[in-house]
Design a protein around this ligand. Sequence first.
Ligand SMILES: [Zn+2]
Length: 154
Amino acid sequence: MKQSPQLAQVVRRMAAGVLSRDGFLGADPRPLEEVLDADGSAIAALGTTHEEIAARLREVFDQARAALGTPVRIGERLVAVHHEAMGRIPCPWGGCGVFPKGEVELTDTATGESLSLTALGIHMVGKHGFYNGRGTRYRLEPDAIARLLRQVGG
Ligand SMILES: [Zn+2]
């Protein structure tokens, strides 16, 4: 698959040690186009859109951040807790501004399944349809997001 010059630059910024210590793709061997295509298809198959997923994740993120580290119960089974972190990180696409590094851990207390949400991660979902590489700490697997958001209700 041929990579556009713009995406090639994004991939360089995603490498470990450039913007983040561990990088955005991790050990995922697939080209970025393929990662984007696969997640785009998965989201479409779930009957939703990147924008809708991002909007709902942002609601959870904002609720948890407003609680300043106190765990927030969402729906019957989910708990979200915000962890403050120093610093800001730019989006690897460039031109999107910088994002605070704090993160929200969202856990389904019934299954133990959890996701780490960041302001940048949510931005990349909504704006770029990017869910991080498989196996990275911030990977937002579309099926897992859908399962968790089903517990949010609404
Ligand atoms: Zn961006």
